[in-house]
Ligand binder design. Sequence first.
Ligand code: FES
Ligand SMILES: [Fe+2]
Length: 355
Amino acid sequence: MTSIVPNQWYVAGYGREIGRREEGGDLFSRTICGESILFWRTQAGALTAMSDRCVHRRFPLSEKPSHLVGDTVVCGYHGFTYGADGVCVAVPGQTRVPRTARLRSYPVVEQDSFVWVFIGDPDKAESTRIPRAPWLDQEGWTVVAGMEPLAARASLLVDNLMDLSHETYLHGGYIGTPEVAMTPITTEVDDEAGIVYVSRHMDDAECPPFYAKSTGLSGRIARWQDIEFAPPCLYKLHSRIAPVGSVPNDDGTDPDAFHVEVVYAITPETESSTHDFWMVARDFALDDQGVSGFLAENNRTVVLQDVVALDKLEQVLAGEPDGYQELSINIDTGGLAARRLIDRLAGERAPAGAR
Ligand code: FES
Ligand SMILES: [Fe+2]
């Protein structure tokens, strides 16, 4: 199974990561699905994305002394100069610019605090969905976020996030309590929309430190986990924490509960490494820096626990190139559904006869 599905939008970074570095610092570059991409902003603030390899001799345009001049980027090796669309506008020593001198440029969209980049045939970009995560950039929510590099294939992170029973074992003392692994899940697949839903509602559960310290609730809680995964990249965990017995009102309001939207963007860097973007958005203690600091540090710790485990798993799997026989149980239903949708996305786009 491939981890890279072509002709899809992927999160390349946070909008705030990308700016203009005209003098000094390197320009922003990230490898997405095996492609090294340079990102910068025009003077008007528009995002651009293009190959990070000069067409002349492949020098990376993100490397010093490459730099921006107005709305062009100048290669730091021999001075090939490119516009925001990737087309070369000047070369040294001659006035004629070769017609083929252009960098591959990528469709980009800035939305919900993310920079999305389209990997594949650009003509398919417009008709391909970009999933939403509005809480990340919305009044009434406070967000902490980060990104951890994962030396493991993206599919391992998908498996990991689709089955939260591992919280009890891998994240005990942080977000795991016995009830997570004990409570059965329900799984639904919307085949048409291409979304997997996995729900686990714990109506009387221990409150893990992650939520006790951030919400101030003590004792037993109602803890709902509703996963919504839009393959291949965007994973959302709608988390609801409330006193035992509290349920949302019929009109959808839910004043006694604390809501946390845990969002992951799972972006392959290569076939065997992944950018693990994580965000925690909350609708309470909005201005409390202490809560923000606690959630940021705690969630990063939890993510790193997964990173250590998945890096190890990647080494194990890489050492078994002939494959292995998995043994799946009920908790794996969501992960298996996600794999099926990812395979379908990959298969739909495969050239005829390649299936
Ligand atoms: S490698 Fe860029 S100008 Fe020569
Ligand atoms: Fe985890």
